[in-house]
Design a protein around this ligand. Structure first.
Ligand SMILES: O=C(O)CCC(=O)C(=O)O
Ligand SMILES: [Fe+2]
Length: 287
C-alpha cells in the first residue's frame, strides 16, 4: 500500500466521502439523479409492513384523542380530523424511522452530513377534509439550491390519486420560486402536477424547493402518512426536538442519533456559554 493510501485509511472520511459512500453502498445513485432533475425521488419498500402498521396505530390513537372522536382507518366518514405530531416522543418506533438508512443517506446528500431532525408529523387526509395547495417546504425567505430543508413522506397506506396521493410538480425545484396564482397552487388546475401512486411502506424524498401537496381524498377511511423533515443545523426546527431528548433515548440508540437530534449543536446557549466540547471534529461543521 502506498503511503497516501495508508494515510487515507487511517483518517476519518471527509463529509463528501461519507455522504457519497453511503449513496453507493445503498445503491441510491439513480435516486440522487432524480432528486437533481425532478426535485423528488421514491424509494419503494423503505420500511417493513409491521412498522407501517405499528406507526399507523400510534398516529390514529393520537389523532383520535386530539379530534375527540375514535377514528377508523377503513370506515371514517366524519370529515376533517387533527394532525399527528411530535411523534418522536409518542413511541420509540419513530426513533427508528428518523434513522431510516435510505432516507438519511438521501437527506445527507441534500442537507449535508450535519443535518438535524426537524419534525415527525402526520397529515391525515379524509373525505370532506381540506385539500392542501401546492407549496414548498423550505421555510426560509428565499428558496435555495442547495436546499436547507427537505421532507421524507412515508406512505402508511397505499397512495392512489383519488384516495389522497402525494402530488408533485416534477422539476419545480429548478425554479427557486413558490407557486403564486390560484391556478399554479391547485393540484387540479396546475397542468404539470402529477400524483405519486405508491404502496404503503414507500417513501418520497422531496427537496424543500419542490412544489408538492396532496390530492383530495374522495372515499371514506384515512390517508395516513409520516412526514419526516430534516434541516441544516443553523435552521430553527419545526418541533422542539432537542428540548425533548432524554438520556434513555440516547442510550438505546447509536451515538450519531444525538447529532441527528441536535444535542451537540453549539447554537442556543445561555450565560454558561457555548459548549464546543460536545462538537465532534467533522460533524460540528455545517457541511
Ligand atoms: O402528503 C401530504 O398530505 C402532503 C404532505 C406535505 O406537504 C409534506 O409532507 O410536506
Ligand atoms: Fe409540504
Amino acid at each position: 500500500m502506498s503511503e497516501a493510501a495508508v494515510l487515507a485509511e487511517a483518517r476519518e472520511p471527509t463529509s463528501r466521502e461519507y455522504v457519497f459512500g453511503e449513496i453507493r453502498r445503498l445503491g441510491l445513485e439513480q435516486n440522487v439523479f432524480e432528486l437533481e432533475e425532478q426535485g423528488y425521488t421514491v424509494v419503494p419498500d423503505a420500511i417493513p409492513m409491521d412498522m407501517v402498521e405499528h406507526m399507523r396505530e400510534v398516529i390514529i390513537a393520537q389523532v383520535s384523542e386530539k379530534t375527540g372522536k375514535q377514528l377508523d382507518l377503513h370506515a371514517w366518514d366524519g370529515g376533517n380530523v387533527r394532525e399527528g405530531c411530535y411523534l418522536l416522543y409518542e413511541d420509540p418506533i419513530f426513533e427508528k424511522l428518523a434513522q431510516n438508512a435510505y432516507t438519511v443517506a438521501l437527506m445527507r446528500y441534500l442537507l449535508g452530513r450535519s443535518m438535524v431532525l426537524s419534525t415527525i408529523y402526520s397529515h391525515v387526509r379524509t373525505k370532506g377534509g381540506p385539500v392542501p395547495q401546492l407549496h414548498t417546504d423550505q421555510w426560509t425567505l428565499q428558496l435555495s439550491n442547495p436546499v436547507s430543508v427537505a421532507v421524507a413522506n412515508y406512505a402508511l397506506v397505499d397512495y392512489k390519486r383519488d384516495l389522497g396521493a402525494f402530488a408533485v410538480v416534477p422539476g419545480s425545484n429548478q425554479w427557486l420560486r413558490r407557486p403564486v396564482s390560484e391556478e399554479e397552487r391547485s393540484v387540479e388546475t396546475n397542468p404539470d402536477c402529477i400524483p405519486l401512486e405508491m404502496k404503503a411502506g414507500s417513501v418520497v424524498v422531496c427537496a424543500g424547493s419542490t412544489w408538492h401537496a396532496a390530492y383530495e381524498r374522495k372515499a371514506p377511511g384515512l390517508r395516513v402518512n409520516a412526514a419526516v423533515a430534516y434541516c441544516r443545523p443553523y435552521i430553527r426546527t419545526q418541533e422542539l426536538i432537542r428540548e425533548g431528548v432524554t438520556q434513555e433515548m440516547l442510550d438505546r440508540n447509536p451515538p450519531e442519533f444525538a447529532d441527528l437530534l441536535g444535542v451537540n449543536n453549539f447554537l442556543g446557549f445561555g450565560r454558561e456559554g457555548p459548549d464546543f466540547g460536545k462538537r465532534k471534529p467533522l460533524l460540528g461543521r455545517f457541511d
